[in-house]
Structure formats: C-alpha cells, structure tokens
Design a protein around this ligand. Structure first.
Ligand SMILES: NC(=O)NC1=NC(=O)NC1=O
Length: 245
C-alpha cells in the first residue's frame, strides 16, 4: 500500500477534514491517505505572514511523515507554502495543490483562470504562476472576496460565490478550464465541472493523482543538488524537532 500524507498547513480541523475527504475520493485502491495539519500555527492562510507560519507547520509534518515512512506528501494550501524546503526534507514526491492544478489545467486547455478567496491572495497565485512558468497559460485570477474559513461555516454562501465566480470567469475570460484556488474548495470541482461544461480542477485531487503517478514510475524528489537533505546543524528551541533523532 502507498501512504500519501495530505498536509493542511492551517490548523482548522474542519478544512483538514474537507481536504482529506476530497483526497480519499480519488485515491487508488492501493493508496492510503493520511490527512494531517500542524500541531501549532494559524487557523487559515490568507497572506505572506500566514504562509510563513504555515510553512513551518508543513516542515514539521513532512519531518514526522518521513520518520513514519510515508511515501509522498501533498501541501494542501493554494500558496504551496514551504514547497522547496519540504522537498529538501523528503525522499518521496512533494506536490503542492497549486502546481498540481495548474499543470493539469495546461493539459486540458490553452488558457485557464483561477478562482481564489481574498483579493490579497491573488498576488500569491500570480507569484506561483511566474515561479512555475505558467503565466502565459493563465487568463485571469479572480477572488470571491470571502475569508478562507467562510468555506467551512456551513452556510453554503461561500460555495455559491465560488459557483458564481466560475460562471463569470467562463463567460468573460475565454478560458477553457478553471482552477479552484483554495484547499477548502476541494469538494466543489466535480459538480462545477458538470454544471459549467468545462474542466474545473481542484488541486487536492490533482495532487493525489500526480503523487501516485510519480510513485508508480518509481520516482521521488531529487536528492542531488539544491534539494538534497539540509546540511546538519544543531537546531534549537522550537526547531529542535528537526534535528535527526
Ligand atoms: N488562496 C487560499 O485561499 N489559500 C489557502 N489558505 C488556506 O488556509 N488554505 C488555502 O488553500
């Protein structure tokens, strides 16, 4: 059995649950999904400061997962916080939900749009598009202008706003696909794809299949060069957990 750890970098248990369920929906029979979140941190990630805190939680969970022998890791926040640092720590694949969804979208359409949460997170998506080399594929980045945890408030209001924004994007952007820009939207993609008649892609499920694909090819994170294990140093205080046992 493959064991893939899906890390919600924020500390909201409801969102961790949503993310875990979405991952299990698409996981292969031989794949066990472990859904985790940091022991300490920030309830939602809505900017650069939150991402820095979330990244430390990702590194904590990757460290614990590696020690437990998990085969691969998913960073289930649309900013992919801590991605490269996590790859230094990991032997298996580490895939972020933003890069996974963006890659999938480029295989299905010549242009995709992104629908994310707060306007201030739009710049984070733009930074990732540049970092991953997808700027020329992305037509627009839209925000529903609601906080991340509105997706977990049980009213369905945020979900309705996501739906409206996706309909608008399809009509206005001339995009062939839409990427959902938040881990908390993971359970909306299938229904929206059917309703809109275009691929609406959730990064959690995309990342599960990409990690399974990499493992199926016998591939893991390169340990040659800049993604080799960090040079050992005596880490102190809250970072002592990263020292080799
Ligand atoms: N753009 C986002 O909403 N990013 C996110 N913040 C979280 O806490 N989870 C996400 O996916």
């Amino acid at each position: 059995t493959l064991r893939i750890q899906v890390i919600n970098p924020n500390t909201s248990l409801a969102m961790t649950q949503t993310i875990g369920e979405a991952a299990r929906m698409v996981a292969s029979a031989g794949t066990e999904i472990l859904s985790v979140c940091p022991s300490h941190g920030v309830p939602s990630i809505e900017g650069h400061f939150d991402e820095a805190i979330g990244a430390m939680g990702v590194l904590e969970q990757v460290t614990l997962g590696e020690r437990a022998g998990v085969d691969g890791h998913i960073i289930a926040c649309f900013g992919d916080p801590g991605l490269l640092a996590a790859r230094e720590l990991a032997t298996g694949p580490v895939v972020g939900i933003a890069e996974a969804a963006m890659h999938m979208a480029t295989l299905l359409a010549t242009r995709f749009s992104i629908v994310t949460t707060l306007p201030r997170t739009v710049i984070i998506a733009r930074h990732l598009l540049r970092q991953y080399g997808f700027e020329q594929h992305c037509q627009a980045v839209h925000a529903i202008d609601l906080p991340v945890l509105s997706l977990e408030d049980g009213t369905g209001f945020a979900q309705q706003k996501v739906r409206e924004r996706c309909i608008q994007a399809k009509a206005q952007d001339n995009c062939g696909a839409i990427v959902l820009g938040c881990g908390g939207m993971a359970n909306l993609a299938r229904e929206l794809s059917h309703e809109l008649g275009i691929p609406v892609i959730d990064g959690v499920s995309a990342a599960v299949k990409m990690v399974e694909a990499l493992l199926g090819l016998g591939l893991g994170t390169s340990k040659h060069g800049d993604l080799a294990k960090p040079n050992p140093k005596p880490l102190t205080g809250p970072y002592a957990i990263f020292n080799d046992p």
